[in-house]
Design a protein around this ligand. Structure first.
Ligand code: PRP
Length: 182
């Protein structure tokens, strides 16, 4: 067990996340009234947030996933996007809501949006738990944002450092000292 796990530095608590997920789910329900939506989760980070939001969407919802990775195992974005898992749902003429854990440089999302548009969906919107606008490189903006965060190395609630800490039930962050001690 690492020190970070036992210290449990909480940046955003589970209660705050659940409250925001409920608000956003209710907003999506209003915005798409009478329509069907495909919620497209980006693996692996969006899993926990996606689960919280979709429970609060009172519409005909289909779930699907895409895996597009930009990070490798370091704390610095490589800018290279690799697609692993492809969605199986038909996206033609569908309302797609991409579910992200964090928009950082925006490179992953702009790649995913471009790929999706090749399938001619009816609409594409983006819902992210966290937004880190200070790091943006690609010209992309989320439509539904849980929380804006500073330029910290975020872990927890789906987000990882070298695949660890995804299961923390809150949003936390690692300092350089934390990383050296891991
Ligand atoms: C993370 C995160 C976003 C993306 C954000 O995914 O989940 O998808 O990076 O970074 P960007 O805005 O700079 O492109 P990652 O590639 O680490 O995969 P993961 O979800 O499996 O952790």
């Amino acid at each position: 067990m690492s020190k970070v796990n036992t210290v449990g530095r909480i940046l955003i608590s589970e209660e705050e996340i659940l409250r925001r997920a409920r608000e956003i789910g209710q907003q999506i329900t209003k915005d798409y009234k009478g329509e069907e939506v495909v919620v497209l989760g980006t693996l692996k980070g969006s899993l926990l947030w996606m689960s919280d939001v979709v429970k609060n969407i009172n519409l005909d919802v289909k779930l699907d996933f895409i895996q597009a990775s930009s990070y490798g195992s370091s704390t610095i974005s490589s800018g290279v996007v690799k697609v692993g898992y492809e969605p199986s749902e038909n996206m033609y003429n569908r309302n797609v809501i991409i579910m992200e854990d964090i928009v950082d440089t925006g490179n992953t999302l702009s790649y995913i949006v471009k790929k999706l548009e090749e399938r001619n969906p009816k609409s594409v919107k983006i819902c992210t738990m966290l937004d880190k606008p200070s790091r943006r490189v690609s010209d992309i903006k989320a439509d539904y944002i849980g929380f804006e965060v500073e330029n910290l190395f975020i872990v927890g609630y789906g987000l990882d450092y070298d695949q660890r800490f995804r299961n923390l039930p809150y949003v936390s962050y690692l300092t350089e000292e934390d990383v050296e001690a891991l």
